[in-house]
Design a protein around this ligand. Structure first.
Ligand code: IMP
Length: 178
């Protein structure tokens, strides 16, 4: 695709890593009561793959959030556009995210979910851009650490496009400079 500068993580690499994460999560939550909470829309692809690599009982739920503030940068104050359907009291929560960037969205969500009396709250992120972090958030389960470049594919979008790409890629700068 001509809008793509280069492929950073291939479909095969994604599949292998997600399988490993699923195995690790299945081991860690053997005695648990696990619910995967996907953050819409970016986490949809990762969550769909991850849940099929988990071999213990698991339920799923979704939240949709948007960051307050005019610029595209996360402000840390989050507006809930769609809340969970089910109570998480006493449950083991795994927040599933596409990418941790500043970490502000996840820091807010983790605090919010912890206030609802779950048994535990952890984070599974497919990608991490640690260079951009503005808060102390570290994914408990991580696919890949990536450089500070604008990425698309495997759930990540630019202007709602490219989420469907089966790989993670660097978007060509000519797309934003149009
Ligand atoms: P933050 O960690 O609060 O700054 O925000 C994380 C969110 O920013 C992610 O869930 C993505 O929706 C978005 N995001 C961060 N980096 C990228 C990127 O490289 N491509 C597409 N979306 C990104």
């Amino acid at each position: 695709m001509s809008d793509i500068e280069k492929i950073l993580i291939t479909e095969e690499q994604i599949k292998k890593r997600v399988k490993e994460l699923g195995e690790q999560i299945s081991r860690d939550y053997q005695d648990g009561n696990l619910v995967l909470i996907g953050i819409l829309k970016g986490a949809v692809v990762f969550l769909a793959d991850l849940m099929r690599e988990i071999n213990i009982d698991v339920t799923i739920d979704f939240m949709s959030v948007s960051s307050y503030g005019a610029d595209s940068e996360s402000s840390g104050v989050v507006r809930i556009l769609k809340d969970l359907e089910h109570s998480i009291e006493g449950r083991d929560i795994l927040i599933v995210e596409d990418i941790v960037d500043t970490g502000l969205t996840l820091a807010y969500l983790k605090d919010l979910l912890e206030s609802r009396n779950p048994r535990s709250v952890k984070i599974a992120a497919f990608l991490d851009k640690p260079e951009r972090r503005k808060t102390e958030i570290t994914p408990d389960y991580l696919g890949y650490t990536v450089p500070d470049e604008f990425l698309v594919g495997y759930g990540l979008d630019y202007a709602e496009l490219y989420r469907y790409l089966p790989y993670v890629a660097v978007l060509s700068p000519k797309v934003y400079n149009k």
